[in-house]
Design a protein around this ligand. Structure first.
Ligand code: PMP
Length: 430
């Protein structure tokens, strides 16, 4: 029997009168895949429950934070206790240094950090700091990488080195992005050419070390090392945007996995255990450029929020304590699901390329290897949409876009593997 969506549909209609598209973040509207966005009432472990009483196996984990599954009891308890003491003070609490200690323990490259309330803020502030520290204006970012919705980061694919940024959204003046160079990912030659063109003017290179925001794309061997070498050679800073990969690909993120030491790191998602929280940090000499010590201004009414700190501490404590079992388990479960579904698709004669690093992965509906945004864009998004709807109908909630990574949690187990593979067989008509 098809799932009922009557209540979610009603809630969507009401929301659309009040919120543009009925949502507070565009991808939630399901425009890329069609179908009805369910309204969530609660979540537990690996499952989401909607207003019509349907249960879904969750493959996006609030877009990354819920690595321990939903409503992880120690985090729930820590949030409740913090809330009872007061939600926000706008003054220092010990919890900020407590969480900072845990972060620096996981990320040795982060000597000092500052908490913010989102990944967007973390990246925006890290770039301002890089520009202030180097006294340079240009930044290099990569096509298909997302670093939040600040003006300078919303730049479309710019081809060629000297191509100046083209705003990727209405409302962003061209002048605002004239210093943003957007280059193809996994192409060191493009970065070398950019540095040769602007040897003294590039403040930083910001990169998702494993891209998640074009779907999952791994760095080619030597690519991150090459970015490290080029930034060092030209006196620019290397910023690893680990908002998605931090605490996910390993306790120390992609930088631990690939053994790269950045100058600055941006963090979000898992660091706040599902509450609004981000951070940027790195070399102490750079971080000391921030106000009140230095000339780079950055601030936030809710920065270091006690509830977010409590949820982050509970989450990181668990990851640190259980790292030797958690990361191998995530690897095993995610491999079984990602590669299992890919094998089923091949059995059904469907061309699908699976990209996976640890517990993040994407099934690209293309026969081509996906190594950058251009190759990701060869995917058949109609076919992805059909697959997405067929999986939703069977209670499997995949990220509602071909160009978003899927994430697993420690709450996904053998039963969830079996359920997903069975649903995929039916979705592919086997
Ligand atoms: N950087 C990366 C790599 C991200 O994946 C995201 C969000 N998906 C951001 C930055 C922005 O974070 P937020 O949505 O918390 O502002």
């Amino acid at each position: 029997m098809p799932l009922s969506h009557a209540k979610s549909r009603q809630l969507q209609q009401r929301a659309e009168k009040l919120l543009p598209g009925g949502v507070d973040s565009p991808v939630r509207a399901f425009r890329a895949v069609g179908g009805e966005p369910p309204f969530v009432t609660r979540a537990e472990g690996a499952y989401l429950f909607d207003a019509d009483g349907n249960r879904y196996l969750d493959f996006f984990g609030s877009w990354g934070p819920m690595i321990l599954g939903h409503a992880f009891p120690p985090a729930v308890e820590a949030i409740q206790q913090a809330a009872a003491r007061g939600a926000s003070f706008g003054a220092s609490t010990a919890a900020e240094a407590d969480l900072a200690e845990l972060v620096t323990q996981c990320f040795p490259s982060v000597e000092k950090l500052r908490f913010v309330s989102s990944g967007t803020e973390a990246c925006m502030s890290a770039i301002r700091l890089a520009r202030g520290f180097t006294r340079r204006n240009f930044i290099i970012k990569f096509e298909g990488c997302y670093h939040g919705h600040s003006d300078a980061m919303l730049v479309k694919a710019g081809s060629g080195v000297a191509t100046l940024g083209i705003p990727g959204s209405a409302g962003v003046p061209a002048e605002t992005v004239q210093h943003t160079l957007a280059l193809p990912f996994n192409n060191l030659a493009a970065v070398e050419t950019a540095f040769a063109a602007y040897p003294d003017a590039i403040a930083c290179v910001i990169v998702e070390p494993v891209v998640g925001n074009a779907g999952t794309i791994a760095p080619a061997p030597g690519y991150l090392e090459g970015l490290r070498a080029l930034t060092s050679k030209y006196g620019a800073l290397l910023i690893l945007d680990e908002v998605m990969t931090g605490f996910r690909l390993s306790l120390g993120g992609a930088q631990q996995l690939y053994n790269i030491t950045p100058d600055l790191t941006t963090l979000g998602k898992i660091i706040g255990g599902g509450l609004p929280c981000g951070a940027f940090g790195g070399r102490a000499d750079i971080m000391n450029y921030l106000a009140p010590l230095g000339p780079v201004y950055q601030a936030g009414t809710l920065s270091g929020n006690p509830l977010a700190m409590a949820a982050g501490i509970a989450t990181l404590q668990q990851l640190i304590a259980k790292k030797d079992s958690i990361y191998p388990l995530l690897e095993k479960t995610t491999a079984a699901i990602a590669e299992g579904v890919a094998a089923i698709s091949h059995e059904a004669g469907i061309s699908l390329t699976v990209n996976r690093v640890g517990s993040m992965f994407t099934w690209f509906f293309t026969p081509n290897p996906v190594t950058d945004f251009a190759s990701a864009a060869t995917s058949d998004t109609e076919a992805f949409g059909r697959f997405h709807r067929a999986m939703m109908e069977q209670g499997i909630w995949l990220p509602p876009s071909q160009f978003e990574a899927a994430f697993l949690s420690t709450a996904h187990d053998e039963a969830e593997i079996a359920m997903t593979l069975a649903a995929a067989r039916r979705a592919f008509g086997l």
